[in-house]
Write a protein that binds this ligand. Structure first.
Ligand SMILES: [Zn+2]
Length: 308
């Protein structure tokens, strides 16, 4: 039987997404599992293995029909060795060779990369970044990830750790960040910050979805939170635009669903703050593949990895 299927996994700060992808990266089945219960590294690894075995079983596939498993992970990864250096938002992971652990347990080829890089790869091959030679792709979630395409290829940097725009300091006296720094962009626009601002303002728990809905219904307080997020993001992006003279910036992740109000503020701030030649040229779009980008990117990683 031809190996026609790939398993893609996208691990975030709160959820694990898993999918089986068929030819042309079409998603055949997808599950989202909360990872809150799995606070220990070992239990999270077991949960990953269980979810893989279960999705193979539920789809009545044989392991021989599977080309490999691709994982997008929320932190710096040594892609070649399959090593997780650490996760800024998941404690207990330090220099873990997840590739060899999973290959031993699952007996399938495993490939790892940083989640933002995989989202970028997917948007570049099939989504909003298609056709742009110089682009930044961002994911806005619990963590704020990024990845850069320069002259048509993914820029990885010296240690495969380039693109961490969430950890661009925007205020040296700002809040302490999980990465060890201070005043990183993520501490201003990450999910946790937005939700805590909303709680302070409304004196109750407000989800991101509700905050977006309130802003769309012209609630001034909700709008003020999104305008602040857009301003902080715009400031960081203005610096990136000046530095790299990009063609496009693609923004995805849950926070991007805030919609027009956020994108307008980001565009306005970049236009105001960046240098005119770079600012005139830049296009800022919402990601096209939505929350599936990471899964599709993970499948592309397997395909490219198997090709060698
Ligand atoms: Zn940081």
């Amino acid at each position: 039987m031809a190996k026609r299927f790939i398993i893609g996994i996208d691990l975030g700060g709160t959820n694990l997404k898993i999918a089986i992808l068929g030819p042309k990266y079409k998603i055949r089945d997808k599950k989202v599992i909360s990872t809150k219960r799995f606070t220990r590294k070992e239990s999270l690894i077991s949960a990953i293995c269980d979810s893989i075995n279960r999705i193979i079983e539920n789809n009545k596939l044989k392991k021989t029909a599977i080309l490999g498993i691709g994982l997008g992970l929320p932190g710096p990864i040594d892609k070649r060795r399959g090593l997780v250096h650490f996760f800024p938002n998941i404690p207990g992971w330090k220099e873990v060779n997840l590739k060899s652990i999973l290959e031993k347990r699952l007996r399938l080829p495993v490939f790892l990369d940083n989640d933002a890089k995989l989202m970028c790869l997917a948007e570049y091959k099939l989504g909003s970044a298609l056709g742009f030679k110089n682009a930044l792709c961002m994911t806005l979630g619990t963590g704020v990830g990024g990845s850069i395409i320069i002259s048509g290829s993914l820029y990885r940097g010296a240690n495969n750790a380039a693109g961490e725009i969430g950890h661009l300091p925007i205020n040296e006296k700002g809040p302490r960040c999980n990465c060890g720094g201070n005043g990183c962009l993520e501490t201003y626009i990450g999910n946790n910050r937005i939700i805590s601002e909303a709680k302070k303002m409304f004196k109750r728990n407000v989800s991101l979805e509700e905050l977006s809905a309130l802003a769309k219904r012209e609630n001034k307080q909700a709008q003020s939170i999104w305008l602040k997020v857009g301003m902080h993001l715009g400031i960081a992006l203005a610096g990136i635009v000046n530095l790299l003279n990009l063609d496009a910036i693609i923004i995805g992740g849950g926070v991007a669903n805030a919609g027009q109000i956020l994108f307008d503020k980001v565009r306005e701030t970049v236009k105001k703050q960046a240098m005119s030649v770079q600012a005139r040229h830049i296009k800022i779009f919402k990601a096209k593949l939505g929350s599936d980008a990471g899964l599709i990117g993970a499948a592309i990683l397997v395909k490219e990895g198997m090709r060698g």
